[in-house]
Design a protein around this ligand. Structure first.
Ligand code: SF4
Length: 435
């Protein structure tokens, strides 16, 4: 029998599309509608159990050996409870419920907990501490925005339905003609596929975003630029863009890692927020980061509730200590300050710099994940998890900090638990060991 699940949330990227229809037949996903190609692949491959971890494993004599879940949990708890200052990393591709248990585990262990924002939008968070934040929901963008700017972001590849659901193409309450009522501007170092759709493309020289933002602020605030070009952009183009920004009725600046991870980092975002603040003298303008992993925002929310800080929290002093640059995962790893690692729903071996990975390889690693990755290949304990949003329910936060309920549409593989349950078992055992 075929059953259709409607309004399912896609747990892949920060857009968290919540209009997905999933047909389930004989316990397998038969068809997916409305998702982009990436989201569809996630649903279909999950249902076929393709490229999945299905059995817990523990390393013995250099090789990973299948064991029972109880044995894997016991070994994981021994490693973590025996460490002086473990690092608990990942967390952006799982539910808020799993993140909450992980944060309690970090506190009990006296460890450091950090998530993937440390290598993507961490600078955005630091900039918000300094400059505040003028933002809105994606629903407001859909209904009101008539000027949409993507800066250092290429949603056509990273968030394929962002333009069609929220920013450019949908008909909104005040934008009844959809894309005909809106203007798209892209600022980037190359002509991306998103830039090819734009009415105006501004090519900024790599690493010079801060200068261009400063020039825009000067023009927006009524100054005349004394030079012919800034950061490879002509004075005429800067003046035209500044005028477009001032004369729109509702503008939004979406920014991506092209801005957060280029020279200047959090100063770029600080300056961009100040540009948006300046623009609010003339019109309504908002700013929003293009968050990548589907629940990277949720981690910051949950950690802020439980520890008071959004990422990179160190519990080794007996209280929550937050100091990006000191307590961030790569800094702790590169100084060789942790002696064990728990990785949940992430693959730092593939993504971290070489000095971090070299130090990771010197310590025992416990990995909880859905798929085999280079990190699970070097781990000492590997525990499979069910997929949140397909095989188990949960909560996730969209990039505009709106929480959405993830649905369960099929059963997980036999014997595979949610990472919430796995983490709870490890936490209980750690508490017993530590007395
Ligand atoms: S845009 Fe993102 S959330 Fe939406 S269907 Fe595609 S991968 Fe899923």
């Amino acid at each position: 029998m075929r059953v259709t699940h409607r309004d399912v949330v896609c747990s892949f990227c920060g857009t968290l599309c919540d209009d997905i229809e999933v047909d389930v037949e004989d316990g397998r996903i038969a068809e997916v509608r409305h998702a982009c190609r990436i989201g569809t692949t996630k649903f279909l491959s999950a249902s076929r159990h393709e490229h999945r971890l299905l059995k817990p494993m523990v390393r013995e004599n250099g090789r990973l050996k299948e064991v029972s879940l109880e044995e894997a949990v016991e070994r994981a708890a021994e490693i973590l409870a025996g460490a002086q200052r473990p690092l608990l990393y990942g967390w952006s591709s799982t539910s808020c419920e799993a993140q909450s248990v992980g944060i309690e585990l970090a506190e009990v262990l006296g460890g450091v907990i950090d998530n993937t924002s440390t290598v993507c939008h961490g600078p955005s968070t630091i900039a918000v501490h300094e400059a505040g934040f003028i933002s809105c929901t994606l629903g407001e963008v859909k209904n009101r925005a008539d000027l949409v700017i993507y800066w250092g972001a290429n949603p056509m590849h990273a968030h394929p339905r962002h333009l069609s659901r929220y920013s450019i193409y949908p008909r909104g309450y005040f934008r009844e003609r959809g894309h005909q009522d809106r203007t798209l501007v892209v600022v980037d170092v190359r002509r991306t596929d998103t830039a090819r759709l734009a009415q105006k493309f501004v090519r900024v020289q790599p690493g010079r975003d801060y200068e261009l933002i400063s020039a825009l602020r000067a023009v927006v605030n009524g100054r005349k630029l004394p030079m012919d070009e800034v950061a490879g952009v002509s004075r005429e183009d800067i003046e035209e863009l500044a005028e477009m920004m001032k004369s729109c009725s509702f503008g939004v600046l979406f920014f991506g890692m092209g801005l957060t991870q280029s020279p200047g980092r959090h100063r770029n975002i600080d300056n961009a927020i100040c540009l948006v603040r300046d623009l609010n003298t003339y019109t309504k303008f908002v700013i929003m980061p293009m968050r990548g992993h589907y629940n990277v925002v949720g981690f910051s929310e949950v950690l802020s509730w439980q520890a008071g800080f959004p990422f990179a929290v160190d519990f080794s002093k007996g209280y929550a200590w937050y100091n990006p640059g000191e307590t961030t995962a790569n800094d702790v790893l590169q100084r060789g300050e942790c002696d064990a690692m728990l990785v949940v729903a992430s693959d730092p071996v593939s993504n971290f710099p070489k000095p971090s990975v070299e130090n990771m390889l010197k310590m025992p690693i416990v990995a909880i994940d859905v798929h085999p990755t280079p990190t699970t290949m070097v781990a000492d304990v590997v525990i499979p998890a069910a997929i949140a949003g397909i095989e188990v329910e949960g909560t996730a936060y969209r990039m505009d900090v709106v929480p959405l309920r993830l649905r369960k549409v099929v059963e997980p593989p036999e014997g595979v638990l949610s990472d919430v349950e796995v983490l709870q078992r490890i936490l209980e055992r750690v508490k017993e060991i530590k007395g």
